[in-house]
Design a protein around this ligand. Sequence first.
Ligand SMILES: *[C@@H]1O[C@H](CO)[C@@H](O)[C@H](O)[C@H]1NC(C)=O
Ligand SMILES: *[C@@H]1O[C@H](CO)[C@@H](O)[C@H](O)[C@H]1NC(C)=O
Ligand SMILES: *[C@@H]1O[C@H](CO)[C@@H](O)[C@H](O)[C@H]1NC(C)=O
Ligand SMILES: *[C@@H]1O[C@H](CO)[C@@H](O)[C@H](O)[C@H]1NC(C)=O
Length: 738
Amino acid sequence: MECVRGFVCLVLLTVTSSLTVVESWQSEWSPSSTVRLDVNTHSVQRFPGKETERDDFRLLLTEDDSMLVAGRNTIYNISMVTLEENAKIEWAPEQSHIDVCQMRQKTPDECQNYIRVLAKKSRDTLFVCGTNAFKPTCRTYNQGEDGSYQKTHHKDKSGTALCPFDPSHNTTAVYADGKLYSATVADFNSRDPLILESTQMVRTEQFDSKWLNEPNFVSSFEKDDKVYFFFRETAVENINCGKAVFSRVGRVCKQDQGGNILLYNIFTSFFKARLNCSIPGDFPFYFDEIQSTSEVGKGNYRPTYDSGDRSDMVYGVFNTPQNSIHGSAICAFRYSDIIRTFEGRFKGQKSFWHNWLTVPWDDTPQPHPQECSNSSRKLPDNTLNFIKNHPLMNSAVPASGGAPLLVHTSFNAQFTKIAVDWMVHAADEKYYDVMFVGTDDGRVIKAVNKGGSAKIETVVIEDIRVFSPHDPVTDVKVFRDKAKNIEKLIVVSKDNVVSIPLHRCHEKKTCRSCVELRDPYCAWQGSSCGNAERGVQDVDNGWSMTLDPSCQDVTIYDDNKKEQEVTTPAPTPAKCACPTVKGTVGSPSIVEEDIDALLVMERENSVHKKNGGSLSGGPRAGQSSEETQDATTAASASVETLAIAIVVSIVLSMLIGFFIGYKVAGCRGNRDSDASYLERTCSLQRSRNRLSSGEHPYYNPDHTIMPKQMNYVVNVKGKLNTASVETKPVTKSNKVYL
Ligand SMILES: *[C@@H]1O[C@H](CO)[C@@H](O)[C@H](O)[C@H]1NC(C)=O
Ligand SMILES: *[C@@H]1O[C@H](CO)[C@@H](O)[C@H](O)[C@H]1NC(C)=O
Ligand SMILES: *[C@@H]1O[C@H](CO)[C@@H](O)[C@H](O)[C@H]1NC(C)=O
Ligand SMILES: *[C@@H]1O[C@H](CO)[C@@H](O)[C@H](O)[C@H]1NC(C)=O
């Protein structure tokens, strides 16, 4: 096992070291401040929910100063100001449905009602769909004058194709212009993914892997005449190079009614494009699996002096595949870039046997099929045919700034969700998009990109532990009520709904520590650090001697000490410490120490052997040339001594042989028993020692991680083989993955 790990590590390194870009995302980020929230001092508010059973909270909607949060068999209307319950809806499945559900081998936990779709149809009308013990159902509720919800007398409606059967399926829905668009699965076994407009029952083509291929939908929004969906799916255009998941943005036109005969009741405006969240370089490193997005807002991925210098953007969380090195990245996408990508050329495959290539303009129908038509039923057949076979755009949507804004690699944590506080005006006169990023180990990371013009230089301001490490953050939301002067961050996990302040400026007691925080919310105002748009602050440079003379206070040193005690060191960012081909990556001190230790042991060993030799009073086999010379000069050695020498050498070689066998078999021998052997041959063993030194951030004593690393190597191999495999025809059977 250890050998395998060492080997995998070596292979990994050989692979990654060929990517020059790797270094840039291994660069350390250490937050200006690490915060452990204290309920008493940090004005944390918490929504209790049901104290007696699991809640399975999920944030569904925020509006003005309240939010609707789904719980198991419940929908809560919660005030974002106080985090108290305004009202709630209780909707548990009927016992008969639960019985049927359990008969179909589902667990009691699954056989509950989980609300996955919610549309606020008017000020007081809610349309909700829940999994309802694997029998998706929708109903409408009215909110009365007193705030309480009443089920309308309409009969419950089937929620099939609007809401998944399985609560773990990733579904999204958006209500736009009086129509509900849902992106989910339409069957019990989650085999029939679709995007559906439920008023006219127009959907995506069924069972066509070109359209949707094992998608996980993450979010959706409406804008202008279209509805957009973010999802990840198995990339059909990449199938020749092995199974890979890509992130996508897909869209449909709001007026789409489907075709007339061809594409009858099927969208004639469904197109999708890849989202490119990658570290640029000769071999870009892709973060291919979108997890979530922020809402669409007006912002700018870089600081700006002009509050008007902003555009419609969306920020997304992207991860590497689960079976590789855990990496997460934040990328921002401009709405205008998304539109431009859809106005470009298409990707197509002449037939099943051909590769995916760019479709030339000459073969693209005019007008451009992406344009929304008021009468989709009248579209000519050749256009419809083209649309049916070309849902994929040729180009990927580029990330704003050309690179991720924030990258994190770690075995322990990945990003889950992002909220953006758009264009926060800092005291240094600049506007910043402040990112709040939730992690799957219960933290929220606050960061801004301070890099001007071309560079992206994100500073992590705070690393806030909100929940326990086993409680992933599932949602974050910035809440601001200008009238009441309230601003805070709502943080949601399956078990908790809390609100925390957006900043902790007042905890910094000196000008220097206030400025060192680089928090756009904070500024030093003569005697205190506060949330202000005026005062001393320099997000770009942090504190320096050249700063405002009023910021050069003498007391800083004492205060700093105090703060250092409070702040715990940041989690060390991942840095692979396996030996490279050159053998000098990571913390070289460990390698040297190990080698030193081995050398010392070897010396001791040979001293010991020498003593042994002199005791027996004769020469031994396997000695240095000098000693063999000694042996030859001792020509008078008796037959007896010779016999002893032979026996000793046989025993020695048996021992060594045994050891080699033992090491190779188990490779878990204890390294001080035969150091010279180790020194010579078991470089694998050394890498184990390096790994198990415990300082390696990639090292995880949890052995279950191993098979996953193996997969990574296999995947990479698949990718590297691209060239040789590319020309191979794709057969229908290739569609059945594994
Ligand atoms: C929550 O309830 C209040 C009345 O108590 C209502 O004004 C508000 O609109 C509701 N929130 C949502 C998001 O529907
Ligand atoms: C839904 O998404 C989450 C987070 O990305 C993932 O862990 C989970 O496996 C997905 N669910 C399904 C059914 O694929
Ligand atoms: C993604 O973006 C990077 C950097 O901007 C670029 O090098 C790469 O070619 C792009 N990949 C795709 C598939 O467009
Ligand atoms: C399509 O219909 C919308 C309203 O339904 C109208 O505003 C728009 O001008 C029409 N576009 C065309 C090209 O006819």
